[in-house]
Write a protein that binds this ligand. Structure first.
Ligand SMILES: [Zn+2]
Length: 462
């Protein structure tokens, strides 16, 4: 069995004792971590086939992005500084409604490349439209070496909320979108040594009938599959649910069987105390997406209140037109700061809590808390090395603070997933970086031309 010893690093274990081990080592055999401790001690116990020198590097569990749109990497920067309704109706939907499967595959490659290069090892993709080509995306995931949970879009009503009609290219049929999800589950779930999962991705309120939501709940439960859905992203969701169902979006989602310990709700901005109690009781997970929520002025999710009531909250980068990056380290900083200003409380949401959200709380959201999210013997070897040598990280007075408040994705040096080194010294081994960048540029130009869209920009290009 292949073995790797990561040695001489600063290990942020995130174990129950919150140990940070200086001159620490991680011994990996096959796909698992078999030991962690001081480098000297592990040297005496093991001789590994490969060693990775982690001197002046932080060694952390791989980060888990709980809300990603792979297809949106290609339309990064195409809908900035516009209202949410224009963002969707004038830019994002027309662009995505013109995708073909090759656009979907190239965008997924670009997105995975960016995630690997910034230390994300697992992610939940929330909505794959049939036109993006599910098989091509799943194959790309297999090649990338990452761990991913791919939700197929399910919908039967071409609307979002009360008034927003969908672009024709984005419309899917209810029966077909559900049955395709089930087919993809059979084809891909558990593949690539368990690195690929297939989830159910119902569209947000207004885009599915009550009967379809109920069917989704039943079919996912039968297969013990995950469900992910945008909920309470904008205030309009509340008004819509009140008018249509006479209850809150959370109460409605609970009634139709969508709230389970295997469910991840993206955003969950507009929640009442009663909604938070329901999420806690049903052990539903939330993906907090602070960049997207601030850039689109959707609001600030009540994360400290949710954590206090026992709701599991992970972090999500969302997409290319809403964030506009897929960098979990940058996302951590905003997540750490935004609640302090909202509550006028600099003590709330310390760096350690935020790093937990990016790692083992994310693991809990994907129901992998026994296998991922900490550096401990027996866990799967998803390990990230972060360079501590850059000017903005020195003099390394406080490692976790350095990572959360001073770091950025480009500080990530080496990434191991499932015991395989997929990036070393910033060289990605599984994907062809130059080729992906070139293909993404070509595809984006062709897509904009085909969509015949003028970008939202205040610049005067000449
Ligand atoms: Zn989203």
């Amino acid at each position: 069995m292949e073995s790797i010893l990561v040695e001489h690093g600063v290990l942020v274990t995130l174990d129950s004792r919150q140990r940070v081990i200086r001159d620490g080592a991680v011994m990996i055999e096959g796909s698992r971590i078999i030991d962690v401790g001081k480098t000297g001690e592990l040297h005496r116990k093991y001789s590994a086939e490969h060693t990775i020198d982690a001197s002046r590097k932080l060694v952390i569990p791989g980060m888990i992005d709980c809300h990603v749109h792979l297809a949106q990497a290609l339309i990064r920067g195409c809908a900035d500084d516009v209202s949410l309704l224009d963002w969707l109706g004038k830019y994002v939907w027309p662009l995505q409604g013109n995708y073909d499967a090759e656009d979907g595959r190239v965008s997924a490659k670009l997105c995975m490349l960016e995630m690997i290069k910034s230390g994300t090892t697992s992610f939940i993709e929330s909505m794959i439209h049939t036109r993006y080509g599910f098989d091509g995306i799943a194959r790309t995931l297999e090649e990338s070496g990452m761990r991913g949970y791919l939700a197929k879009t399910i919908m039967d009503t071409p609307a979002y909320g009360r008034k927003q009609m969908m672009h024709e290219g984005m419309i899917e049929d209810g029966e077909k979108s559900l049955s395709e999800t089930i087919t993809m589950f059979g084809r891909w779930n558990g593949k690539a040594n368990g690195r690929i999962g297939v989830w159910f991705g119902p569209r947000s309120l207004g885009a599915c009938s009550k009967t379809l939501y109920e069917k989704i709940g039943e079919e996912a439960a039968k297969r013990k599959a995950g469900i992910t859905m945008h909920l309470c992203e904008v205030k309009e969701d509340l008004r819509y649910a009140q008018r249509k169902f006479k209850k809150s979006p959370v109460a409605f989602a609970n009634e139709v069987g969508l709230l389970t310990p295997r469910t991840v709700l993206a955003h969950a901005v507009w929640l009442t105390d009663r909604d938070i109690a329901v999420l806690s009781k049903t052990r539903t997970n939330v993906s907090h997406c602070p960049s997207s929520n601030t850039k689109l002025a959707s609001g600030i999710a009540r994360v400290p209140e949710m954590l206090k009531k026992g709701v599991n909250v992970g972090l999500g980068c969302d997409g290319g037109p809403s964030n506009n990056s897929y960098d979990m380290i940058r996302e951590m900083k905003l997540a750490a700061c935004i609640h302090k200003v909202r509550l006028s409380d600099p003590v709330t949401m310390p760096a350690e809590t935020i790093l937990e959200m990016a790692t083992f709380r994310g693991a809990q959201a994907i129901d992998m808390q026994d296998k991922l999210g900490t550096l401990e013997p027996g866990k799967l070897a998803d390990v990230v090395l972060v360079n501590l040598d850059s000017a903005h990280m020195v003099p390394n007075n406080n490692y976790i603070s350095d990572l959360v408040y001073a770091g950025c994705g480009t500080d990530v040096d080496t990434v191991i997933v499932d015991g395989k080194t997929i990036m070393e010294n910033r060289n990605v081994k599984t994907l062809n970086e130059c080729e992906i960048i070139q293909q993404a540029r070509e595809r984006a130009i062709a897509l904009l031309e085909r969509t015949n869209l003028k970008l939202a920009t205040h610049s005067n290009y000449c």
